[in-house]
Write a protein that binds this ligand. Structure first.
Ligand code: ATP
Length: 304
């Protein structure tokens, strides 16, 4: 049996703005039901890529398939199968939340029940309030609701939680998890590594228009063979750390020395690089005076 066709397929995608090449040949695939994250610093090319997939921008080169179609032609059928949460919409202000959802639902052939969407987006209590009275976080929930009400197969979320307070972020994460449970495919962009780690099955890290790493968030760090061993120095009371590819030998050496002194190794830990370590390393500016204060792994490397 053939494997399920990817929900999104991108091959050698390129986009130039005049002389400037913002996207420089990227490849990735998103499987149906997967939550895929595009991570990268400002200006990396995330929004450009997503908007090409949504059909809002034209590519300069490469192949793009979204639910088996080329979004550049803006096929009507495709637009009914995708949901888009833009960075901010706020397009309904003078009608109630329920009315906004019901209105938007009419554009779709098989919309979800409005009450169900209110529940999914956590907006039941605000259902009969005017949209303009919603807080920023609640407005964002309405954006989510609008993206869901057409019951799309694929949902694009561009920086879904930027500007949220911690509680609103967690609520938005719950919405994304509900989408995942419903079997939807989600493509999101984010600057927040904890968000990518919490939500994404796989991520691609983009820098200057190229993918510099991709894979499940946990594996991006775990694929590294370098471990960081940290402990509190008995002499100075300060934390010390070393990077090693052989933590067994280093721990043996450290613990033997501590036992020989009749002491202990306080605050001992052995860690692999986190997604954040990998991200910072891959997206760091070329070596400069600012390199070096980002995390313990980088500092430890300098100390060995
Ligand atoms: P951010 O995290 O800041 O949203 P991003 O990764 O989404 O960034 P893009 O918005 O895709 O980045 O921009 C990629 C690059 O292309 C940037 O250097 C940006 O200045 C440039 N760019 C984007 N849109 C245009 C445009 N319409 N005309 C010219 N240059 C553009």
């Amino acid at each position: 049996m053939a494997a399920l066709a990817p929900a999104i397929l991108v091959r050698d995608l390129r986009k130039s703005y005049g002389q400037f090449e913002a996207v420089r040949g990227i490849d990735f695939e998103v499987a149906p039901g997967e939550v895929f994250g595009l991570l990268g610093p400002n200006g990396a090319g995330k929004t450009t890529t997503v908007e090409i997939l949504e059909g809002y921008r034209q590519r300069s080169g490469g192949i793009v398939s979204v639910l088996g179609q080329d979004p550049e032609r803006r096929p009507r059928e495709l637009r009914k199968r995708i949901g888009i949460v833009l960075q901010s919409t706020g397009m309904y202000r003078h009608i109630t939340v329920r009315e906004a959802l019901a209105h938007w639902a009419r554009f779709y052939p098989h919309p979800r029940d409005v009450d169900e969407v209110l529940a999914l987006a956590g907006l039941q209590e605000k259902a009969d309030g005017l949209a303009r009275t919603l807080s920023g976080g609640q407005m964002r929930r309405l954006d989510f609701g609008l993206a869901l009400v057409g019951d799309p197969e694929l949902i694009f979320l561009d920086e879904p939680t930027t500007g949220f307070d911690p509680a609103a972020r967690r609520a938005a994460w719950d919405v994304v998890r509900s989408l995942q449970e419903l079997g939807k495919t989600v493509l999101l962009t984010t600057h927040y590594l904890d968000e990518a780690q919490a939500l994404c099955d796989r991520v691609a890290i983009i820098k200057e228009g190229r993918i510099v790493a991709s894979g499940p968030p946990a594996e991006l760090g775990a694929s590294s063979s370098t471990y960081t061993v940290a402990w509190r120095s008995a002499e100075t009371g300060a934390m010390e750390s070393r990077e090693t590819e052989d933590p067994t030998a280093l721990l043996h050496q450290l613990t033997s020395a501590a036992l020989a002194r009749g002491g202990q190794l306080q605050d001992l830990s052995v860690a692999r690089p986190s997604l954040e370590d990998v991200y910072l390393e891959l997206t760091a500016e070329p070596p400069s005076e600012s390199a070096g204060d980002s995390d313990s792994a980088t500092e430890a490397a300098a100390n060995v």
